[in-house]
Design a protein around this ligand. Structure first.
Ligand code: FAD
Ligand code: DHB
Length: 392
């Protein structure tokens, strides 16, 4: 098989890139190792920055998002049994965020791709990228029970944090920066109306808790748990009791409980691989960087990477110039490091440190008090949360 752009991975990054290239008249092929059912059910992100919504609209992929997405005008911070509202439009000059599940974005993009888009092969596992320094890099992959090759002009690794594209970078061609956190998140999906209109980020001595949602009937909640936590230790009643304890305030508020339909534990890590390009192989999304989920940045970064990349490929297609592709890594990494900093700060401010002492505890509270007391500090959080612009 031969194509201009070979895309490894059919997650949000790979699917949106394929959609944008298709609309620009650029030939591409997407290889996805899992089945369609699997990628459409994988529970993950839910909070979209305004720029992400705009990018999906520009790709003609926001029809359902525009009718079913829940526009949010702020978040609530909870600590010391108090609740504090941050009003994003007031703090940012009109910006909002939207709740719309990653599963739904993937379903929308898969449907568009299968209806009219370039080839999207499921159960096609990329094994290796060969000759990334040459003009015709090759992806070796397994499909239909046999090994095949995809000969490309360019290859984009959108294959997530456990993918294979990064392995094609020679050791001397890049560097990986990593930070592991001493806790994980236990996430649940529950068939119960959300107990709030806005997302709640709660700091409690017992640990962090987050209340999010997927629809007016489905809640999504997360609890900080120790690393290596087994789900066997967390029967449903224990999860609800722990969430209720961490969200408790002085005043009238009750956590709605209901049947739990999904449960998973996710470790937390920051990782940046730089540069995001070697020869004719480029990385985008989680393949290049991961952040802890506290700032809700992962999916949003994946979308901004591929928006920049699609623009660069479109310029190459129209003018023959690789100038924008040459600047891709530096441009994206500037925003990636800002999101990495924000996610780290949010995580450190809101999670109980397992080895933390009274000093850490007071610093966390001082940070939270500053945000709720100073419009300037609140505006800084709101600007990062709703999404920083791409540097120009
Ligand atoms: P992925 O979604 O990981 O997709 C990679 C794809 O590549 C997968 O489909 C995989 O099967 C495929 N693949 C892997 N290896 C191969 C191979 N060898 N050959 C072919 N295909 C391969 N982000 C936010 O912005 N907001 C949030 O609210 C948020 N909440 C989160 C909550 C949780 C609990 C978690 C875990 C993550 C959250 N994120 C959030 C992060 C977000 O889900 C990821 O950043 C996002 O999925 C990245 O998309 P991607 O396409 O780069 O990678
Ligand atoms: C969701 C996840 C997050 O990590 C976050 O900060 C906000 C929302 C979610 O899954 O809805």
């Amino acid at each position: 098989m031969r194509t201009r752009v070979g895309i490894i991975g059919g997650g949000p990054a790979g699917l949106l890139l394929a959609r944008l290239l298709h609309r620009a008249g650029i030939d591409c092929v997407v290889l996805e190792s899992r089945t369609r059912e699997y990628v459409e059910r994988r529970q993950r992100a839910g909070m979209l920055e305004q720029g992400t919504v705009d990018a999906l609209r520009a790709a003609g992929a926001a029809h359902r998002l525009d009718t079913e997405g829940l526009v949010h005008h702020g978040i609530e911070l909870r600590f010391e049994r108090e609740r504090h509202h941050l009003d994003f439009p007031v703090l940012t000059g009109g910006r909002t965020v939207t709740i719309y599940a990653q599963t739904e974005i993937v379903k929308d993009l898969v449907a568009l791709q299968l209806a009219a888009g370039p080839p999207l092969l499921f159960e096609a596992e990329a094994l290796a990228v060969e000759k990334p320094e040459s003009d015709t890099p090759v992806v070796r992959f397994l499909h239909d029970g046999r090994e095949q090759t995809l000969v490309c002009d360019w290859v984009v690794g959108c294959d997530g944090s456990h993918g294979i594209a990064r392995a094609a970078f020679p050791a001397a061609a890049g560097r990986t920066y990593t930070h592991d956190y001493p806790y994980s998140w236990l996430g649940i999906l529950a068939e119960v109306p959300p107990s709030c209109d806005e997302l709640i980020y709660a700091r409690h001595e017992r640990g962090f808790a987050l209340h999010s949602m997927r629809s007016p009937y489905v809640s999504r909640l997360y609890l900080q748990v120790p690393n290596d936590t087994s789900l066997d230790d967390w029967p449903d009643d224990r999860i609800w009791d722990e969430l209720a304890a961490r969200f408790a305030i002085d005043g009238d508020w009750t956590l709605n409980r209901g049947p739990i339909t999904a449960k998973a534990v996710t470790p937390m890590r920051s990782q940046v691989h730089a540069p995001m390009r070697h020869g004719r192989l480029l990385l985008a999304g989680d393949a290049a960087h991961i952040v802890p989920p506290t700032g809700a940045k992962g999916l949003n970064l994946a979308v901004s990477d591929v928006s920049v990349l699609a623009h660069a490929f479109t310029a190459l297609h129209a003018t023959g110039s690789t100038r924008l592709l040459d600047g891709y890594s530096d441009l994206c990494l500037e925003r990636v490091w800002q999101a990495t900093r924000f996610s780290y700060d949010m995580t450190r401010m809101l999670h109980a440190q397992p080895d933390g002492d009274a000093f850490d505890h007071h610093l966390q509270l001082a940070r939270l008090r500053r945000i709720t007391a100073s419009r300037h500090a609140a505006a800084e959080l709101a600007a990062n949360y709703t999404g920083l612009p791409l540097p120009t």
